[in-house]
Design a protein around this ligand. Sequence first.
Ligand code: AOF
Ligand code: ZN
Length: 351
Amino acid sequence: MSIQNHAQDAQDRYFMMLAIEQAKQGLYTTRPNPAVGCVIVQAGEVVGQGFHPKAGEPHAEVFALKEAGMKAVGATAYVTLEPCSHTGRTPPCALGLINAGIKRVVIAGLDPNPQVAGRGITLLEQASIEVIVGVLTAQAEALNRGFLKAMRTQMPYVRLKIATSLDGRTAMASGESKWITSAAAREDVQKLRAQSGAIITGSETVIADDPQLNVRSSQLGVPPEQVPAPIVVVLDRRQRLAHSPESSHQLCRRPNTLYWREDDLTALLKNLVSEHRCYDVLVEAGASVAGSFLSQQLVDKLIVYQAPCLLGAQAKPMVEFSPLSLAEQLRFSVSSHERVGSDLKLTLLPL
Ligand code: AOF
Ligand code: ZN
């Protein structure tokens, strides 16, 4: 590779990183749409930036092109997702880039939405625009796990969150569990909720803890009112709960709580994608629900907040599941580990 090509590559990565930073600003507000960012560069200088703020509002490219104005003529556009080719709630971004006179488009990754899926790139190339695909793809895709998985497989991206003690316990035998992890860890969970279209819990948890399972943090970078409220689904096979304005459980007083009374969790997850456009799903429940999701291999990412305390052998375990031999153990790879307040946060990927 020539020196010029190396320099071009480094420059492309740098501006794509800026486009990813733009995209991040929409992370909690764009659902069910993906978080997308765009940066327009003319002669090495950023002349326009934008991100998709909310479903129904203009796409990232529109904001960036507007800021660039005439400086978009002959410029390079960096976009974290293939520009769209469909007329949805807004006109196709690929045409917007063409009409603005952009001459080169650098894209992190393809849009698997069947309405786009390569057609955005075809439109750009037909207009003799140079198109480069595959710059910082992994970083850009990490922002839209749910959208990308759902478009490709019609299944959501499932995160399972568990808060435990050092000895893997989540509550005392009496059910007492407030609070094992620190306020900082619970604040961190707000980010997981804010990213999720649906939160799944169990009737057991609703009865024992009366959780709110809502987004209320003031530390998300956006006011919590701007975050589309996740749907709450209560797994309630035994029909122990139902909507009632007089219920002693907060979740049952909310009219939009769903009750899932079948056994089939795969069917529930498919339904959340097809009927509710929930692409990121967070499971916050007790040991038995956690065990079901894990043993049925429905978890994409396990997030464990571990408090440095011991609750003893009578306390409740974090996962109920009974492998008959060591060969049936569930194994994970550690994707990240960090300290959150006084606790540890482990992010694990099932093997
Ligand atoms: C882009 N730039 O910033 C985003 C894109 O409902 P609509 O009309 O807003 O279309 C949403 C679809 O557009 C979404 O599913 C995805 O395929 C694409 N998102 N495309 O060119 C953007 N957010
Ligand atoms: Zn678009």
